[in-house]
Design a protein around this ligand. Structure first.
Ligand SMILES: Cc1ncc(COP(=O)(O)O)c(C=O)c1O
Length: 330
């Protein structure tokens, strides 16, 4: 029975879903959303704060500042509240409104940057704003998840060994790429041990992380409009780019089985399933694990909301079974 005093001390690290009933082939989905931050980003946030405390960058008067599309911001809001730091999250209009509300409820200040950068994204504008505040003095400490080695080390020391323990015969690992912290930590772990695990990065179509052409993306979480500093392709065996339409189809297929996951999980499962189908004929079954970074409730206003889908992905509506609301006049 876990008994905790700090919210960041609880994390479920050994829950897997066998997706065979959904995909018709075995794929084990490692669930990273069962902690108080609701996502894998709790690990990176805890590791970056702990390292900044250890090396003296953070002191009790510091204000933590970070650019986040939501989940790292929520994780840092929790840790800052628990440890008594002020926290400013710099985000953009694509951040789920629910995530902004969660951060504010936890006492964080949220600044929404709506100026688009040259790639049509917001990341450069968000980072310019963060740098500006740091230069202004005032005790701001930028953890910089895009370039902070403690981000990938959290997964090198935590996520990857947890998978290794449960799947000693692992053949393929699918990892979504945002900052690439999860991806690089897991890839380095298996490579350094000389393990023959194929590491497949899953990215969104329109992301520039692996050199793609920047395009409009509506689902927050995976993908970037500026290449993250942490990425090192020499550790990665293959990359799959998933269109957002497939992400949406996949989250709805999972929800139809009772599993409500977030957009990045839909992207990872969709990419993994396509990659497996292309490489392995039916009947050949590699031991394959995919990492599910979060859960679905923060997406109720977007990928699960009919009006949002109509506005952004109208062509998909006819194939998704979306029961309308029943309003009873009783
Ligand atoms: C929901 C979600 N999934 C996946 C990721 C990507 O994880 P990483 O930053 O470790 O690449 C993020 C990161 O921002 C995220 O918020």
């Amino acid at each position: 029975m876990p008994i905790i005093t700090s919210p960041q001390d609880f994390n479920v690290d050994d829950l897997y879903i066998d997706l065979r009933p959904v995909l018709d082939r075995p794929l084990y989905l490692k669930c990273e959303g069962f902690n108080f931050a609701g996502s894998v980003k709790l690990k990176a946030a805890a590791a970056m704060v702990a390292a900044a405390e250890r090396d003296g960058t953070l002191n009790p008067d510091s204000i933590i500042i970070e650019s986040s599309s939501g989940n790292l911001g929520i994780a840092l809001s929790i840790i800052a509240a628990s440890k008594g730091y002020r926290f400013v999250c710099v985000t953009d209009p694509r951040c789920n409104p629910a995530s902004v509300r969660v951060m504010r409820a936890l006492g964080a200040e949220v600044r929404v940057i709506s100026h688009q950068d040259a790639n049509g994204g917001f990341l450069e504008s968000r980072i310019r704003y963060v740098r500006g505040l740091c230069e202004s003095g005032g005790g701001y400490v930028w953890l910089n998840q895009y370039g902070n080695g403690n981000n990938w080390m959290a997964h090198y020391g935590g996520t990857a060994p947890a998978i290794d323990k449960q799947f000693p015969d692992l053949d393929v690992l699918f990892v979504g790429a945002g900052t690439t912290g999860t991806l690089m930590g897991c890839a380095r772990y298996f490579r350094e041990r000389g393990r023959p695990v194929t590491i497949v990065a899953i990215d969104a179509v329109g992301s520039v992380t692996f050199g793609g052409i920047p395009e409009r993306r509506m689902v927050p979480g995976l993908g970037t409009s500026t290449r993250p500093e942490l990425v090192d392709e020499s550790f990665i065996d293959d990359v799959v780019h998933v269109p957002e339409t497939d992400t949406i189809r996949t989250v709805h297929a999972l929800a139809a089985r009772g599993f409500l996951f977030g957009g990045s999980t839909g992207t990872v499962v969709s990419g993994a399933s396509r990659w497996l189908a292309d490489r392995y004929p039916a009947g050949e079954e590699p031991v394959a694990v995919a990492i599910a970074p979060d859960l679905g409730e923060r997406y109720l206003d977007s990928i699960y909301e009919e009006s949002w889908l109509r506005e952004n992905f109208a062509g998909l509506l006819s194939e998704l079974s979306l029961p309308g609301a029943d309003i009873l006049g009783v």
